[in-house]
Write a protein that binds this ligand. Structure first.
Ligand code: ZN
Length: 225
């Protein structure tokens, strides 16, 4: 059972009141339908029963893929992020967890990051390598759009089966470009010696800062070219 609660919503278009179900967690084995809706993000859509307007309702939740052994906590503020990280650190050192084979634990701060990580793990890719590869695109983006750089809020990859796009979100909107899988392979080769097996890495927050720190550690001064 997925724990859930009801949220009252007022349609921004016609003012009609309605109810929306907010899930605390989604388990792929127990709720395959909900997991599917999470993957295409329709889980976050509320449809007004009166006028049919669709409202995006963003909220945090725990995603648990039982088959793949993946848990991703999507949290929306610092306090929740600290709590989620503490829970996962505890699990990392749990002897029982060790016996069943390690899980991949992640904490993310936006629904786009959640979507990206679910997609990557579904396709048996390493989100750490992808985060490193995205830095290459960030560098290109900085050269092409120097004015927009301070406004970059987020970058994320979407697509499927080797055909991906990398998108940068700025205040002005989103700019996306084709992602070349060779960049993923290159980063995998370049940093392989530093990356522990993904299920034993203890990397719970894997984002742009994580990737920058790793590059800085491996190749000090490389970003000052
Ligand atoms: Zn309405």
């Amino acid at each position: 059972m997925s724990a859930s609660r009801i949220k009252n919503i007022t349609c921004p278009k016609c003012g009609e009141a309605g109810e929306f179900i907010v899930y605390n967690s989604i388990n792929t084995r127990e709720n395959p339908e909900l997991a599917k809706k999470l993957k295409d993000m329709t889980l976050f859509e509320y449809k007004c029963p009166k006028c049919g307007a669709v409202v995006f309702v963003d909220y945090g939740l725990l995603y648990h893929d039982v088959e793949k052994g993946v848990m991703i906590y999507y949290v929306r503020n610092d306090a929740d992020a600290e709590k989620a990280e503490a829970i996962f650190r505890g699990k990392e050192t749990d002897a029982a967890d060790e016996l069943k084979g390690r899980y991949i634990y992640r904490v993310v701060r936006s629904y786009r990051q959640l979507k990206e990580k679910i997609m990557l793990f579904d396709e048996n890719m390493d989100d750490r390598v992808m985060e490193l590869a995205k830095l290459l695109y960030l560098t290109k983006f900085q050269v092409e759009y120097p004015d927009l750089v301070p406004e970059i809020k987020e970058s994320y990859v979407y697509g499927s089966e080797g055909e991906y796009q990398v998108a940068f979100r700025t205040k002005e909107g989103e700019i996306s470009t084709n992602f070349n899988m060779q960049d993923y392979e290159d980063m995998d080769g370049r940093f392989e010696y530093l990356l522990k097996p993904i299920r034993r890495s203890g990397d719970i927050v894997v984002d742009q800062n994580w990737a920058m720190d790793l590059v800085h550690y491996a190749e000090p001064g490389s970003e000052e070219k």
